[in-house]
Design a protein around this ligand. Structure first.
Ligand SMILES: Cc1cc2nc3c(=O)[nH]c(=O)nc-3n(C[C@H](O)[C@H](O)[C@H](O)COP(=O)(O)OP(=O)(O)OC[C@H]3O[C@@H](n4cnc5c(N)ncnc54)[C@H](O)[C@@H]3O)c2cc1C
Length: 453
């Protein structure tokens, strides 16, 4: 078989793969993108976008719950879960076809199928072989397999976004982002929710004080949370599932209609035949240099969730794809900088964060000012009858620059981008305070969150 020749072959058509196509197509390189499933990958088809439709419904329920504060009386709300899932599916159904059109417009050849390496510069898909000057692994991630008996009884976020029946009860194994986001929607929709986390803290990468606020609010809406547990097995019992776990040396059990794998996600690289591509890897991680390039095969780059060391977020996947694309065009010049990447956990209310946690800043020995505000008594929080309104902003004493910001509630999922912008472009705390903000807005509270200089 004579291989077809391309300048760039991209494995995976998600945020990362699509991010690569911009710079390489602008430079006129020929590009093939191989996609085994839906074009667009996880975020628009099975992740951020459909999940946010469910989160928005949870938000509406939360608003209705608080309506009496505004002297509005409403009967008991009823969420039609099947219709909500239909709404969610309807909203995303055209995305793959729209992306196919935009890839065609960019002159990217999209090939359907599962790609594997057939050599250091050779990729196989179906009965085709593609020879490439550069190969990009942008194959995303999948739920972390858990080495516990009965693990196959667990469902994942894919099923949660598709099942048209609201379960009566759900246990999440793992207390990460997916568990909190779906847990809040389920709980507000009336399901009994339990979260079991192995570590002492939910969301271990987040600021401990912010997580404590979110945990308190989660418990307030009825979510049962147990940390520092070790799940031993999952078994069927009387039409339900039972999760057996130990906590403080004692064995416990909890039962529910569904058990969800909420233990995070790992790079999707195990079926790529990396050995054939001379791509060095260990423990599910491709070895990369600071330019996201394979340490053993300089023709190969990795971007997105398949990168083992960066946060698994869609804007980061797109950003890394763009960096890889520019490195292919200009040579390995660019390295990612994640310091000012904002993120949110879309619970209701959300936890939003950018930069260092207080613990990380202190561990690094930095001289910092930490501005913590419980804003529940502030006019804006009272106006909207917020149930949590909390912020922590960490400022470098020597430069007055923002090192980190953390919110629970108070439109933090929007305000966090102002802090990300400030961090990225070096806007100081003093300059943020000096700005004139539209009033009354949550943003106009920012200057008060930073103290008075
Ligand atoms: C439930 C859920 C909610 C999320 N919510 C958010 C959110 O709110 N905000 C946020 O920023 N991020 C969110 N994420 C994370 C976000 O979806 C990912 O970070 C992002 O999609 C990663 O993009 P990617 O291109 O690296 O991988 P993907 O989007 O997963 O794309 C990889 C593609 O590669 C394909 N593929 C895999 N192997 C092969 C192969 N061998 N050959 C050919 N094709 C292959 C796959 O079919 C897939 O389409 C969420 C994720 C999940 C699961």
């Amino acid at each position: 078989m004579t291989p077809e020749k391309f300048d760039v072959v991209i494995l995976g058509g998600g945020n990362a793969g699509i991010g690569v196509t911009g710079p390489v197509r602008r430079a006129g390189l020929s590009v093939a993108m191989i996609e085994a499933d839906l074009l667009g990958g996880t975020c628009p088809n099975r992740g951020c976008t459909p999940k946010k439709v469910l989160v928005a419904a949870g938000h509406a329920l939360h608003e209705i719950h608080r309506a009496s504060v505004h002297h509005i009386s409403i009967g008991t709300p009823k969420l039609d879960w099947a219709a909500l899932i239909d709404r969610e599916k309807d909203m995303i159904k055209d995305i793959p076809a729209n992306l196919a059109r935009s890839m065609a417009k960019r002159n990217v050849e999209v090939i359907r199928g599962h790609a594997t390496f057939a050599g250091p510069n050779l990729v196989r898909v179906g009965d085709r072989e593609l020879e490439a000057k550069h190969i990009v692994i942008a194959t995303g991630s999948r739920p972390r397999p858990l080495p516990i008996a009965g693990a196959e009884l667990m469902i994942t976020s894919d099923e949660m976004l598709s099942e048209r029946e609201l379960p009566g009860s759900v246990i999440f194994v793992g207390g990460g982002v997916i568990s909190l986001e779906f847990g809040h929607v389920y709980a507000r929709a009336g399901a009994e929710v339990t979260i079991l986390e192995a570590l002492p803290q939910l969301l271990p990468a987040m600021d401990a004080d912010a997580v404590a606020r979110l945990q308190a609010e989660s418990e307030h809406i009825g979510i049962r949370i147990k940390t520092a547990v070790s799940v031993k097995r999952i078994e069927r019992t009387n039409g339900q599932l039972r999760v057996v776990f130990t906590h403080d040396g004692n064995e416990h059990a909890a039962e529910a209609d569904r058990v969800v794998n909420g233990a995070g996600r790992i790079a999707n690289i195990d079926t790529l035949d990396l050995a054939a591509g001379n791509v060095e890897h260990a423990n599910g991680r491709v070895m990369l240099d600071r330019h996201l390039r394979s340490t053993s095969n300089p023709l190969v780059y990795v971007a997105g969730d398949a990168v083992p060391t960066s946060p698994q977020l869609s804007p980061i996947a797109t950003y890394e794809g763009d960096i890889v694309g520019r490195n292919i065009v200009e040579g390995p010049e660019y390295s990612p900088d994640y310091a000012s990447m904002a993120t949110s956990v879309y619970a209701e209310p959300p936890l939003a964060a950018v930069g260092l946690t207080e613990a990380a800043a202190r561990n690094a020995g930095l001289a910092i000012d930490v501005h913590v505000n419980d804003m529940l008594g502030w006019f804006s929080a009272k106006t909207y009858a917020e149930t949590v309104a909390w912020s922590k902003v960490i400022v470098d004493q020597s430069t007055d620059r923002i090192l980190g910001a953390h919110f629970v509630g108070h439109a933090g999922q929007e305000l966090i981008n102002i802090f990300g912008l400030a961090m990225r472009f070096g806007i100081t705390a003093g300059q943020i305070r000096e700005n004139v903000y539209a009033y009354p807005t949550f943003s106009s509270d920012i200057k008060h969150m930073l103290g008075h200089g």
